[in-house]
Design a protein around this ligand. Structure first.
Ligand code: HEM
Ligand code: HEM
Length: 123
């Protein structure tokens, strides 16, 4: 497995632990306010990162491109900011709204980079 695939999967595991930790906290405390954070840490973190890692394993040419590295950093620097801003907005700090909105747009860019990289360098 390429080093890039490994990196995606290692970070995915970190999100899995954090997201399930938050899920257990929500279940035990009965406070489900952070459900959207839990859901996206699991789905945009754990599931998406693991899938990308596995997909790059089957597209080794795409995995070695500069775009792949840029996409890795864009996704993984944006996701914590996006989740932090989402938590702040939910917990009553609407001032974090613009950060949430812009980080979501940057996340979309990272997703498009992934799509473009995979389509252009698939063979
Ligand atoms: C021990 C593990 C987990 C616990 C204790 C847990 C707990 C919870 C709780 C308490 C909620 C809020 C439910 C509500 O208010 O209606 C929730 C929602 C959610 N969880 Fe988890 N969760 C766990 C694992 C996962 C995993 C592994 C995923 C995805 C890979 C996941 C995805 C979701 C999603 C998408 C929602 C939102 C569901 C909706 O829109 O109604 N959870 N979880
Ligand atoms: C930039 C990326 C994304 C943005 C901006 C985004 C945005 C949103 C928004 C605004 C909602 C409605 C929340 C609410 O009504 O409280 C939502 C819900 C949901 N999204 Fe996403 N989403 C993104 C990525 C994803 C991905 C990649 C997945 C799955 C692989 C996903 C799965 C879900 C699920 C299951 C729900 C319902 C659970 C909940 O309300 O938290 N989202 N998302």
């Amino acid at each position: 497995m390429s080093p890039l695939s490994r990196r995606w999967i290692y970070v995915a595991i970190v999100y899995f632990c954090l997201a399930v930790g938050l899920g257990v906290f929500m279940g035990l405390s009965g406070d489900h306010r952070l459900m959207a954070v839990h859901a996206h840490m699991n789905l945009l973190g754990w599931v998406t990162l693991a899938l990308i890692g596995i997909i790059y394993h089957y597209f080794p040419k795409a995995a070695t491109s500069r775009l792949a590295s840029l996409q890795f950093w864009l996704h993984n620097l944006t996701l914590p900011v996006m989740m932090g801003a989402l938590a702040l907005v939910i917990l009553g700090t609407p001032q974090a709204g613009p950060v949430l909105g812009s980080s979501a747009v940057v996340m979309l860019l990272a997703v498009l980079l992934f799509a473009g990289n995979l389509l252009w360098r698939r063979t």
